[in-house]
Design a binder for this molecule. Structure first.
Ligand code: ATP
Ligand code: MG
Length: 434
């Protein structure tokens, strides 16, 4: 619609065509107000029953809530209207009628279960809060891309249908590929590593990862968006620097460019981009601090993975984003390099929000013989990963990188209770459609 005016742009003196959904009808007797909503906001349309054309008034009064309408008329100043202006209509057309029984109330006055909302996402996202989350998500991805480019990283797209997974079979979704077994990729790990050995050197990818994890938690999805980074000639500390910069860039962009959305979400006051350096705790310090909180029934010992309650206790204690570094080698993946001076210590790191893990990364093992040993120790057949390992024979530089869960970033940034709020159409144990 070339001549359409967004409700937010309507100004007194304009002759305008506004298009959107019937948000509400306020009938005061001799006068009624049709509130029309579009992506930018709402506008009042005045219906004067005695003065205006009967058919026009009738169309306005009869339009069911959530029907799509176009209204043509003069925009006039009206201090009593919610936005200070109103449309005095000369025509109202119902372009697409909505049934009167709706599965949920898009005005949000009547609450709905998350499952009902996800089943009716179109209607659900007519609510301002939902719209705000996805506009912020879009801004985060824009800012992240821009920041990666400032680091001279090249955006890549790697295959999601693969012959073998990164970490073995259990978390993989099998599919049939022309009669052969294949899998949905659980991480771009191997492919992004292959690219740091090319002249691209430094790469990033924003794309789906598929995890056949059976558990059903508020922070796990079976299809998630991973923000991945990998760079040649980087060690784990340099990878952490970029990780921190990317997360800060995302927060700063939202702070600067999403004031309206934050307001809608009730976060205008409390939203704060992290400013100081993220503390870097060693795994050893982390377990000591967790033990000192007294929150766990059993004390953690060296080599234990951090239980969820431990992560929470530590997160509360630290109170901001932080890294956990120098993990025991045995609990980090085999493709992560150990420290040269202590083979029991891994260069792997996690970046944490006080509520949960956001990132895992590390320096990678780039020495061919060590890599093959790693596969064998993991019980994986190196032959099956030949496409990957053989490139390590042709000049693979030292390199490091990480993967950041996109939905977890949004979830923690906006204080959402459930990760599903940050995905349009989540995939989980119960949900394969829509
Ligand atoms: P967790 O232990 O929290 O399940 P993970 O260590 O298995 O996560 P990684 O393989 O390290 O996950 O993946 C890197 C990042 O990708 C995670 O830190 C997280 O932000 C995100 N991520 C991984 N799995 C999921 C998932 N199932 N749903 C949503 N995000 C995920
Ligand atoms: Mg991890």
């Amino acid at each position: 619609m070339q001549d359409r005016t967004y409700t937010a742009d309507a100004e007194p003196g304009q002759h305008a065509t506004v298009a959107g959904w019937v948000h509400e009808l306020r009938d005061l007797g001799g006068i009624a107000f049709l509130i029309v909503r579009d992506t930018t906001g709402k506008i009042q349309v005045k219906l004067e029953k005695d003065e205006m054309d009967d058919e026009l008034v009738e169309t306005g009064l009869d339009a069911a809530r959530e029907s799509v309408v176009t209204v043509v008329g003069d925009v006039e100043e009206e201090p009593r209207a919610p936005t200070g202006v109103e449309v005095v209509p000369e025509s109202i057309e119902v372009v697409a009628e909505a049934e009167t029984q709706l599965p949920l109330d898009p005005s949000g006055k009547v609450g709905a279960e998350l499952s009902t909302r996800l089943d009716n996402r179109t209607l659900d996202l007519r609510r301002g809060e939902g719209q705000a989350i996805f506009e912020i998500r879009s801004e985060v991805l824009r800012a992240v891309r821009e920041e990666f480019r400032a680091f001279h990283a090249t955006e890549i797209n790697t295959p999601k249908i693969v012959a073998t997974g990164t970490e073995g079979g259990t978390e993989l979704f099998p599919i049939t590929y022309f009669g052969e077994e294949a899998f949905m990729n659980q991480s771009p790990q191997l492919f992004k590593q292959l690219m740091v050995g090319s002249n691209l050197e430094r790469v990033f990818e924003i794309g789906p990862i598929f995890r056949a994890e059976e558990h059903n938690t508020p922070r796990h999805l079976n299809e998630a968006t991973s923000i991945d980074f990998e760079s040649a000639f980087f060690d784990h500390t340099e990878a952490m620097d970029v990780c921190e910069a990317i997360v800060k860039a995302a927060y700063e962009a939202v702070e600067q460019n999403c004031a309206d959305q934050l307001e809608t979400l009730g976060l205008a006051e409390e939203f704060e981009a992290p400013s100081g350096e993220f503390p870097r705790l060693s795994y050893e310090e982390a377990i000591e601090r967790i033990n000192a909180t007294g929150e766990l029934d059993e004390q953690l010992v060296w080599g234990d993975d951090l239980p969820t309650e431990g992560e929470h206790a530590l997160g509360q204690d630290v109170g901001e984003h932080y890294f956990i570094t120098d993990w025991p080698s045995e609990i980090k993946p085999f493709y992560i390099k150990d420290h040269d001076d202590d083979e029991t210590l891994s260069t792997g790191f996690d970046m944490m929000h006080p509520r949960m893990e956001l990132v895992s990364g590390g320096q990678r093992e780039h020495r061919y013989d060590r890599l093959i040993e790693g596969f064998e120790q993991q019980g994986l057949d190196p032959e099956a990963f030949d496409y990957y390992t053989k490139m390590f024979k042709y000049g693979m530089p030292p390199h490091a990188g990480w993967g950041l869960g996109g939905e977890r970033l949004i979830m923690t940034m906006l204080g959402l209770d459930n990760i599903r709020e940050a995905v349009l159409f989540p995939r989980d144990r119960q949900r394969l459609s829509p």
